[in-house]
Design a protein around this ligand. Structure first.
Ligand code: PLP
Length: 373
């Protein structure tokens, strides 16, 4: 079978989605499955829907097109502010989009009128991540302009946390977003259908005991795909962390001097030496590299350590190797490694449709992740 490849256990993704959907349902929070890390892969998106996600969200229109071309008819929301050059396609492929710029909303409205439809607008509010978002003080006036604009409808508001800033939201943030929803309704009239609290980083809050207030949607990618909390890197109870595996092929094995002082100038790499640098170790070269994935986001199998990587070669060391040229090695990936591998042209995707074991388990402790990006 061709390598490098990603093996995808669809039933584990379905299980993860179902687990989080059921836990959040009791709190009145629906799950929107985010497919950007898997480039809008239709079968993986379908596994999220089969697990109970109410719709999908994507950052890129190219991925949305891939989903639609595969025949997916569920609601798809664009979660990155549309580019002005793509407004016509946004109207064609997406029910709604997250927005922060009135100029873009005006263009979306004009495109919607040309197509004789109504496009949903969710206004993204800045609540501390300092990436995208309207400042809370300006929300009322932008919302009013959307309400007054033909071609679009104000569907809701949302916020995003822990993407640029890396800080998870707390109960006070969620109360503040809920208050903004109430205030916006008070000011502009229409009921806000969606109040989207954030992404996978919101799960510690959402699964905790705090009141959900007005929050009725979370946009979840990493938690469903990898079963981990993106901020801590910890497994989420009852979720699979091994739905995805990167398989690479050995192209050279041999004894090399154990120490490579000249090759390890990057301080991050220095910390990655997991076994003592003494004695003879076997050096194994695999046909995968930085061009295929984020090497620092791979978990080394037990007994192996990362020596280094270049664009096309991954070099690992071990003291007790059973690997030979042509054999395959498997690696778990963090989000960054997964995202890069899924979009790399030489990495194939192999879907495994069989059922999984009954109980979710920690496949490789998160401590084995060499870097959390
Ligand atoms: C990527 C993204 C998400 C999903 O993030 P995860 O950490 O994968 O759950 C949600 N909302 C926005 C705006 C995003 O950009």
């Amino acid at each position: 079978m061709s390598t490098p490849r990603i093996e995808v256990h669809l039933s584990k993704i379905r299980h993860n989605a179902k687990t989080v959907v059921e836990r959040l349902k009791t709190r009145g929070i629906g799950v929107t499955g985010v497919t950007k890390a898997v480039c809008g892969h239709p079968a993986i998106a379908q596994a999220m829907l089969d697990g109970g996600a109410v719709g999908l969200a994507e950052a890129r229109l190219s991925n949305v097109r891939r989903l639609r071309n595969a025949g997916m008819t569920c609601p798809i929301t664009l979660i990155r502010t549309p580019t002005l050059s793509q407004v016509d396609q946004v109207i064609q492929y997406c029910e709604a989009s997250y927005n922060t710029e009135i100029l873009v909303i005006t263009a979306l409205a004009a495109a919607a009128i040309r197509k004789d439809c109504i496009h949903g607008i969710i206004l993204m509010v800045e609540m501390g991540d300092l990436r995208e978002g309207i400042m809370p003080k300006d929300l009322g006036s932008v919302a009013q302009q959307v309400v007054d604009m033909p071609g679009v409808t104000l569907k809701g508001i949302g916020a995003n946390f822990a993407c640029l800033g890396g800080i998870a939201p707390n109960a006070a943030d969620m109360e503040a977003l809920s208050d903004l929803a109430n205030e916006t309704e008070g000011q502009c009239g229409p009921f806000l259908h969606t109040v989207s609290g954030g992404n996978s980083a919101n799960l510690p809050w959402a699964l905790g005991g705090h009141p959900a207030c007005r929050i009725n949607d979370l946009r979840l990618g990493e938690a469903i795909l990898l079963g981990v909390d993106p901020v801590s890197g910890d497994q989420i109870g009852g979720m699979y962390t091994d739905a995805f595996t990167l398989v690479a092929e050995v192209i050279e094995t041999g004894s090399k001097p154990a120490s490579h002082p000249q090759s390890i100038c990057d301080p991050v790499f220095k910390r990655l030496h997991l076994v003592p640098k003494s004695g003879q170790s076997t050096q194994i070269i695999l046909a995968v590299g930085q061009q295929d994935t984020d090497i620092l986001g791979l978990s080394m199998p037990p007994g192996y350590r990362l020596i280094g990587a270049t664009s096309d070669h991954l070099v690992v060391g071990t003291y007790h190797s059973t690997q030979s040229v042509g054999s395959e090695m498997k690696f778990q990936m963090n989000y960054s490694a997964l995202m890069n591998a899924m979009s790399a042209p030489d990495v194939k995707t192999k879907l495994l449709r069989g059922s999984h074991s009954r109980h979710a388990h920690v496949s490789q402790g998160s401590g084995n992740h060499l870097a959390s990006i």
